[in-house]
Ligand binder design. Structure first.
Ligand code: NAD
Ligand code: MG
Length: 385
């Protein structure tokens, strides 16, 4: 029995992690669940998986949550940021699934590593903002750090141990606006943006996928996970989302990992590595697929991709500022305060004002993130929205 802690269990990756647990009854023991504020879903998960502990980040709903579960619930129910972090490094657990969205997940990832837990890692913003710090912790803790993001899981699966890869090729669906004109993309509404053609994900990452900011964040994530210079990471648009990413070798061989798009597969890979278990997923049918297509990304229509890669290359606190400002703009877009194009405008304006500095210490990252959020809020206020 592998004992797991699911951080962010009520989100898209969290729910799909529990789907994988349902596929393999008796093999994965859910020791703890943590969620943000969705008490109904977290309570249903507690009733089904009987974890020893469950924590809700939103303390204001603690009483309601406890009442929902009833006095005779054997799970210990906790609330607040500190409780969430405590469970993230729970003694006796083998692995943490890091599925909180945004930099809010950083503390949980660090806590898990400090406790020596292996990490099934989805929470990319944490690596974008604090890549050097997190990877240092990974190496000093000796913990395994398994990627869950589909592209990074694909690359990990294609690293065959026969020499360093010459380059990494990240695939990108292109999102819902892959064929749209620049003015249509810039004016897009949340309703149009939340209709992703191939992946069903949380709202924040779905918006990031529409601007291609997500792909830029993933280039930075790949840089840290695989210790790969930016010059050797390429992005290619592949609308069918069948090839999840590729590794190019010096001898001209290129290895690709393919499947129908379903996050349960990379999650399962991280949970059961190195084993490959039979599951409920449909194998690829090439005759049915017919063809796979590819094209270069258009950074003219999707300037967030360029902006993110530039911030990655600049290093220091620039990626933390990019990611923090993007979280603010993304949320403002989802609340209808700015159009989709406002995300690029706002994040670029914040980066313009930023003076780059060292990101060696946790305090540097926390300060850069707070500065970025405040500067982003000021920019929004100056727009009168
Ligand atoms: P989501 O919004 O659906 O879920 C986020 C989870 O984090 C929820 O359980 C929420 O309650 C919790 N959470 C949010 N703020 C919190 C806080 N302050 N404290 C504690 N918990 C908090 O997001 P998601 O789509 O599941 O994505 C999670 C992470 O995985 C993101 O970093 C995303 O980029 C990455 N990712 C997601 C997918 C996908 O298919 N959804 C694919 C690849 C990578
Ligand atoms: Mg991805």
């Amino acid at each position: 029995m592998k004992k797991i802690v699911v951080c962010g269990s009520t989100g898209s990756i969290g729910r799909q992690t529990l789907d994988v647990c349902r596929w393999f009854p008796g093999e994965l023991q859910v020791m703890a669940l943590t969620g943000g504020s969705n008490i109904e879903l977290l309570a249903a998960q507690v009733r089904e998986f009987h974890p020893a502990y469950a924590a809700l980040a939103d303390e204001s709903r603690y009483q309601e949550f406890k009442e929902l579960l009833g006095a005779d619930c054997p799970t210990e129910i906790l609330a607040g940021r500190e409780a969430v972090q405590e469970l993230a490094g729970l003694a006796g657990a083998d692995m943490q699934v890091a599925a909180i969205s945004g930099l809010a997940g950083l503390d949980s990832v660090l806590r898990g590593l400090e406790a020596g837990l292996d990490i099934a890692f989805a929470n990319k913003e944490t690596l974008v903002a604090a890549g050097a710090l997190v990877m240092d912790k990974v190496h000093s803790s000796g913990a395994n750090f398994y990627p869950v993001d589909s592209e990074h899981s694909a690359i990990w699966q294609c690293l065959d141990g026969r020499g360093d890869p010459a380059s990494l090729v990240l695939t990108c669906s292109g999102g819902p606006f892959k064929d749209a004109a620049a003015d249509v993309i810039a004016a897009a509404t949340p309703e149009q943006t939340l209709r992703h053609p191939t992946w069903d994900m949380g709202a924040k990452i779905t918006v990031d996928s529409a601007t291609l900011m997500n792909k830029g964040l993933e280039v930075i994530e790949a840089h840290w996970l695989f210790d790969m210079p930016y010059e050797r990471i390429e992005v290619v648009v592949h609308p069918e989302s069948i090839i999840h990413s590729m590794v190019q070798y010096a001898d001209g061989s290129l290895l690709a990992q393919m499947s129908y798009p379903d996050m349960c597969l990379p999650i399962q890979n991280a949970l059961f590595y190195p084993e490959r278990r039979a599951n409920e997923l449909r194998p690829l049918n090439f005759a049915e697929l017919g063809k796979l297509t590819f094209r270069a990304p258009d950074t003219g229509r999707f300037p967030c991709l360029r902006l993110a890669i530039e911030a990655g290359k600049a290093g220091g606190t620039a990626p933390a500022v990019l990611s923090g400002a993007n979280e603010v703009m993304n949320a403002a877009f989802l609340r209808g305060r700015i159009p989709l194009g406002g995300i690029y405008d706002g994040v670029a304006a914040v980066l313009d004002k930023h003076e780059n500095g060292s990101a060696a210490e946790l305090a540097d990252i926390v300060a850069a993130d707070a500065w970025a959020r405040q500067t982003a809020a000021d920019w929004l206020a100056a727009q009168g929205v």
